[in-house]
Write a protein that binds this ligand. Structure first.
Ligand SMILES: [Ca+2]
Ligand SMILES: [Ca+2]
Length: 167
């Protein structure tokens, strides 16, 4: 029986390897900047508190599209090798022209929009991924002082005043 199973597994593997070299690769989904990272605070003393009154690290995300976008299968991460470190809740939608805040507090038990990682105030990569389709937006945050924000202005990033949930 063990031999039979391994033979089947081998055949399945071989079938996967016999794809014609002349078939075009599927086009990658056009997801770059579908949504934008707009503001990151990694050293939050008094800027923004979550629903428990805690001043946590946070990431602000903006939907610049004309339509609402479902974040099912999207992930937020501080590790490019683990795109889905935080997975958005199934069915979660970001409305058109709207901003959302994800608390990066390492306290996923506090609710849907709490990621299981924190952002180093010394600087760190932050990326928004569309499942396995690739990166939607990413930035390397520099070292930040208390209550400084790393903010997107157009396509450039600057250290500035935080405006959580607002433009
Ligand atoms: Ca919290
Ligand atoms: Ca903002």
């Amino acid at each position: 029986m063990r031999i039979a199973i391994s033979t089947i597994a081998c055949l399945v593997f071989l079938a996967g390897c016999t794809k014609s070299p002349y078939e075009p690769e599927p086009e990658p989904a056009d997801i770059w900047h579908l949504l934008l990272l707009t503001e990151i605070v990694s050293n939050n003393d008094t800027t923004y508190s979550d629903e428990f009154g805690e001043f946590d690290d946070y990431v602000e995300i903006y939907n610049p599209q004309d339509t609402a976008i479902s974040l099912s299968s999207f992930g937020l991460t501080d590790d490019p090798g683990e795109p889905l470190k935080y997975e958005f809740p199934a069915g979660f939608v970001i409305e058109s022209d709207s901003l959302i805040i994800i608390c990066c507090d390492g306290e996923p038990e506090q609710g849907n929009l709490h990621a299981d990682f924190r952002i180093s105030s010394l600087g760190e990569f932050i990326g928004l991924f569309a499942g396995n389709d690739g990166v939607v937006d990413s930035v390397t945050v520099p070292e930040l002082e208390p209550d400084e924000a790393y903010i997107r202005i157009g396509n450039e990033w600057h250290i500035g005043e935080p405006s959580p949930g607002n433009h």
